[in-house]
Ligand binder design. Structure first.
Ligand SMILES: Cc1cc2nc3c(=O)[nH]c(=O)nc-3n(C[C@H](O)[C@H](O)[C@H](O)COP(=O)(O)O)c2cc1C
Length: 420
């Protein structure tokens, strides 16, 4: 049930609102996981497998939630993960950036975003710019120069979205441009969502299907699909390319998409400031385990050398507490804020951030801590076999081959149906 004011009290409510408000294909693009959606589902299911070990007396009346990440203060340990949010809301990433600024957290802006970096940094000076390895070294250097001039406080390099695209449920059809033909085709879906249409009508614009941050020097911004095609046709980066990119950015640098210890060690060698343990919200190789399963081994291996974040499946403040207890310094969120944005623009994103902050505070309270910084493994009950570490550790933690357990019958039967 939504409250009378339209305020939602859980991320699940925000998701239901997004489902009601967005055209079917836009909503489908948000919840999408690749292929069978095993990893997308496991990202949330794995959090449900973790329990808490609460205390009941001697609890702290005040709790410290603030931290820093890549040199930026966070009022609580959550950051906006970069996503292309075309068509969700006319204010798009600018509304998200404003909400993040209002709640004292950093913003991650996607290379494929619908708003230019300059506008987003103006809305939230703590904006990190995210790139994929796309085009050429010249194009990348140009984009980095632009981000630097715009005032981006750091760089996020995403390396985990390279492979599978096929979706068993069929990917939504997104037009290259919103010309008359495309609009006619999408009309039945859009007309079924009058509030979404009214929002765009009031803004006097149409969903912008360009990628303004990918404009080559002196040229107009490509369409989203032209940018996507360019990225897909770019030869894949080597570790030397990552090290080269790191040299081009004199400031905080996150490598996003790590799910194995050996890759985490290579990231350390490349000189990164931070890594995000991530599988792109279940949009990389389907069957990769939830990122929270991969976190403990990675945190143990490199947590004293780089800052560790996690993204994938965060839907509650208690999920944030679990990730912190298992070694993350902070988490990044994707779908949760996109649903808030779809539901109620900037206010909806603020609403989601408040849900996560309050939920985290309750968990810190119940676990008997006065600060997020003292959360640790003894706060969570981890079931046997949770980490599936044999698949993730790489050569540094050799263990017997139990790979058949990895996508086990149990996991497939236990997982909840696709979100939404
Ligand atoms: C619709 C959508 C678009 C995304 N676009 C990007 C992107 O452009 N760049 C990027 O680094 N990650 C992107 N991601 C991945 C997110 O940054 C993040 O890793 C993921 O959403 C975390 O999982 P969660 O949605 O369960 O929180 C996208 C995710 C979604 C759902």
């Amino acid at each position: 049930m939504f409250t009378e004011s339209g305020w939602f009290e859980s991320v699940a409510q925000a998701q239901r609102r997004a489902k009601k408000r967005l055209p079917k294909s836009v909503y489908a693009a948000l919840v999408a996981g690749s292929e069978r959606g095993i990893t997308a589902s496991d990202n949330t299911a794995a959090f449900a497998e973790l329990g808490f070990a609460p205390h009941v007396a001697g609890l702290s009346n005040e709790r410290e939630l603030s931290t820093t990440l890549m040199g930026q203060p966070l009022s609580f340990p959550v950051m906006i993960s970069p996503t292309g949010v075309q068509a969700v809301h006319p204010s798009g990433e600018v509304a998200v950036a404003r909400a993040a600024a209002a709640r004292g957290i950093s913003m991650g802006l996607s290379l494929f975003a619908s708003k230019p970096i300059e506008e987003v940094v103006a809305a939230n000076p703590r904006t990190f710019f995210q790139v994929h390895w796309v085009g050429s070294r010249e194009l990348l250097a140009h984009m980095l120069d632009r981000a630097r001039s715009a005032g981006a406080v750091g760089l996020i390099v995403t390396v985990d979205w390279s492979f599978s695209e096929g979706r068993d449920w069929g990917s939504p059809v997104i037009p290259e441009r919103l010309d008359a033909r495309a609009m006619l085709r999408l009309a039945p879906e859009a007309l079924a969502r009058p509030r979404w249409l009214a929002r765009w009508a009031r803004s006097g614009t149409l969903p912008d299907l360009t990628a303004p941050n990918l404009a080559p020097p002196g040229k107009p911004a490509p369409t989203f699909f032209a940018a996507y095609r360019e990225w897909k046709s770019t030869p894949l980066p080597t570790w030397e390319d990552i090290a080269w990119l790191r040299e081009q950015w004199d400031g905080p640098f996150m490598l996003k998409g790590i799910s194995r210890v050996d890759d985490a060690l290579r990231a350390v060698d490349a000189g990164v400031t931070a890594i995000s343990v991530s599988n792109h919200g279940g949009n990389n190789l389907d069957g990769s385990p939830a990122s929270i399963r991969a976190l403990p081994a990675i945190a143990e291996a490199v947590g004293d050398q780089v800052e560790i974040t996690l993204d994938g499946g965060i839907r509650r403040g208690s999920d944030v507490a679990k990730a912190l207890a298992l070694g993350a310094r902070a988490v990044l969120i994707g779908r949760a804020y996109l649903w808030g944005l779809a539901g109620d623009g900037q206010a909806g994103v603020e609403n989601v951030l408040d849900i996560l902050r309050v939920g985290l505070d309750s968990a810190v309270l119940g676990l008997g801590h006065a600060s997020v910084h003292t959360l640790g493994p003894s706060d969570v009950v981890v079931p046997p076999g949770f980490a599936r570490a044999d698949r993730l550790a790489g050569p540094v933690h050799p263990t017997p081959d139990r790979s058949s357990e990895f996508v086990s019958e149990k996991l497939i039967r236990a997982r909840p149906s696709r979100e939404g």
